[in-house]
Design a protein around this ligand. Structure first.
Ligand code: 5GP
Length: 192
């Protein structure tokens, strides 16, 4: 069992609707030592890949991405959620449906910060149905950038996202894969 799995068992709370609450250490209060350990692990798993940019999505991905970026010596670019319909031509745009809020957002990245020379590691806190990742992949593709890999803190293995993304051929490295959880008992089981 790795440190993230141990921490999820200790402090994670299973909510109704297949939601795992990890806001005491991952996406509200943030344990930076844990993030640093996660960054070290992704650096090991993506050894040999030429990564020059970390791409994530606001808000929960940003803290993790920042800790990861120090291990890759690369800047972080985060896709911003935008309500505006008047997006000018200087932006890459993708539509992302939020799993937790059930709303659709346009996310944008400025063309200044992503382009054909970029070799990108995509980072996010959760993978559920894969909508957020598909949006980020689509932005990277529009920019002509290369997606070298994807690092996810918590993949919910019982939802389709992981399979969809792996079937697209990406190296997807999730540090904890939850195969089952039960709100009534609070039980969480991980993929071996
Ligand atoms: P997806 O787009 O893969 O369906 O969902 C991923 C996004 O939804 C993540 O960026 C994350 O913010 C949020 N999310 C999905 N499932 C959970 C969950 O169980 N707990 C929390 N806290 N966020 C989740």
């Amino acid at each position: 069992m790795n440190v993230l799995e141990e921490r999820i068992l200790k402090d994670g709370i299973v909510k109704e609707g297949n939601v795992l609450k990890v806001d005491s250490f991952l996406n509200h209060q943030m344990d930076i030592q844990l993030f640093d350990d996660m960054g070290k692990e992704w650096k090991r798993r993506f050894e040999g890949k030429e990564i020059n940019k970390i791409l994530t999505i606001e808000a929960s991905g940003i803290g993790i991405a920042v800790a990861v970026a120090r291990h890759f010596n690369a800047p972080v670019v985060f896709a911003k959620k935008s309500k505006s319909i008047n997006i000018d031509g200087d932006m890459y745009v993708a539509e992302v449906e939020s799993f937790t809020h059930k709303t659709k957002n346009q996310v944008i990245v400025s063309k200044k910060f992503l382009g054909p020379d970029d070799h990108v590691l995509i980072i996010d806190d959760f993978l559920a149905n894969g909508c957020a990742l598909q949006g980020l992949i689509s932005i990277a593709n529009d920019a002509g950038a290369t997606v070298e890999g994807i690092g996810i803190a918590v993949e919910k293995g019982f939802q389709v996202g992981g399979q969809v993304i792996r079937n697209l051929g990406f190296q997807l490295e999730s540090l904890a894969i939850v195969d089952g959880m039960d709100a009534a008992t609070g039980t969480i089981t991980f993929r071996k």
